[in-house]
Design a binder for this molecule. Structure first.
Ligand SMILES: C[S@@+](CC[C@H](N)C(=O)[O-])C[C@H]1O[C@@H](n2cnc3c(N)ncnc32)[C@H](O)[C@@H]1O
Length: 403
């Protein structure tokens, strides 16, 4: 889909943040040292782990604390190294809602929560590829503070977007407002402009046809007028159609192209004149040239699923188990992975939970590294789900390691 590789030099441009969040116990030194840290001793575990599926491990499930496991990943060299190669890091940490779930506690002292977030992000950023991105999923409990931490670790101009995901569709009357959304903050070390060149757009599902047998293949037409906000005077003129009808731009709008450029496009057969040549000009967009649509920042439940559908799906897979409280829908992760990566790329999730990110990666032919602190969650959900995903979509294989 027209992806390009980015020069390595982009990776290290990180202007200082103009504002910083302070909290008790913040480690002042960590955020400034982004060059590779000195390797900690790696005697405690073997990153290759125990092979679970396949003949050689292209992916890795790690049982252990995110901080320790990230340090080990960063220090690992040679064939097993993923440092500087992670194309997508998606994380869905405990949100610090104050709740105690059956499989993990979501209640942490705020300063500790921020310290963990910050220190893990510093390491995760070093694992990212130059054209990679990090997606942090949160709710209103901490998301505004987390944005400040992300700005500090990545640099303010590495912010790409905040996605609002519709997590529920039913009303919750116990609170003052019925919260129906979460936030997913997206940062790219290369910055949004450069990252746009490597990310995948969404499939353009518009109807294409070829009523005039254009040798360039099927096309559809899109309006040639745009909002007048940033227009220059050369975009306001009267268009004359092939049949001699005059059209001014619609109110509040201007033509997308100057008169000269419109004439050029017309000469190339790229302009469609509707109503038998009397209508306003429209641009012919050929299916072969479409590189994908820019994703919206609001993702409705009917497109990617919600918490309810994710729980129901997990419950149908494991009807006899106590439900995992906070699984994310496979559709949500599949969309993220398809935007941010290509087949064969490495996806990292260091709060893996029931394994959704790794399952979606396996299904889409990506390599993955998942880290989860709860052995119970791994044994009850992540490992069986991943085994089934590999059986249905076999790839290189995956290993299970413990710190
Ligand atoms: C919100 S859940 C993730 C849910 C996951 N996205 C899914 O679809 O199932 C957060 C997970 O992070 C794990 N976790 C919390 N602190 C951790 C840490 N320091 N290291 C590794 N995992 C941790 C919890 O045990 C929990 O399973």
């Amino acid at each position: 889909m027209g992806r390009q590789s980015l020069p390595l030099s982009l990776y290290d441009r990180r202007p200082p943040s103009s504002a910083k969040l302070l909290w008790a116990g913040k480690n002042p030194g960590v955020s400034t040292s982004l060059s590779p840290i000195s390797s900690p001793a790696r005697a405690k575990w073997d990153l290759r782990g125990q092979l679970v599926r396949g003949e050689r491990a292209g992916s890795l499930l790690i049982h252990g604390d995110a901080g320790k496991a990230l340090d080990e990943l960063l220090a690992t060299t040679g064939e097993q190294s993923v440092a500087g190669a992670v194309k997508l890091c998606y994380i869905d940490p405990p949100y610090n809602t104050g709740e105690r779930f059956a499989h993990y506690s979501d209640r942490t002292d705020r300063a500790e929560w921020l310290t963990a977030l910050h220190d893990h992000l510093v390491t995760a950023r070093q694992l990212l590829a130059p054209d990679g991105s990090l997606w942090l999923h949160l709710d209103d409990s901490e998301q505004h503070r987390a944005r400040c931490v992300l700005d500090e670790v990545f640099g303010e101009d590495c912010f790409v977007a905040t996605i609002v995901w519709q997590k529920r569709t039913t009303r919750e009357n116990r609170k003052a407002f019925s919260s129906m959304h979460d936030y997913i903050h997206v940062y790219a070390p290369a910055g949004p402009k450069a990252w746009k060149k490597v990310r995948n757009g969404l499939p353009d599902e518009g109807a294409f046809s070829n009523p005039d047998d254009d040798p360039r293949g099927p096309w559809r037409s899109i309006p040639m007028s745009v909002q007048a906000g940033h227009a220059t005077s050369s975009q306001f003129y009267s268009v004359v159609t092939p049949t001699g009808v005059h059209h001014a731009p619609p109110p509040g709008r201007c033509w997308a192209y100057t008169a000269d450029r419109l004439a050029e496009l017309d000469a190339q057969g790229r302009v469609y004149w509707p109503s038998g040549g009397n209508g306003k000009p429209r641009l012919k967009r050929f299916q072969s040239e479409v590189t994908g649509l820019a994703p919206f920042t609001i993702w409705p439940a009917d497109e990617v699923g919600d918490t309810g559908s994710a729980k129901r799906s997990l419950l149908s897979e494991f009807p006899d188990r106590q439900a995992f409280d906070t699984p994310k829908p496979l559709g949500l992760l599949e969309r993220i992975i398809e935007i941010a990566t290509d087949p064969g790329d490495v996806v990292l999730d260091y709060y893996l939970g029931s394994g959704t990110t790794a399952v979606a990666s396996q299904r889409l032919g990506r390599r993955w590294v998942g880290i989860e602190q709860s052995l119970r969650t791994i044994e009850e959900f992540a490992l069986p789900r991943l085994g089934a995903a590999w059986d249905a979509f076999p790839g290189e294989g995956f290993a299970f390691a413990q710190i």
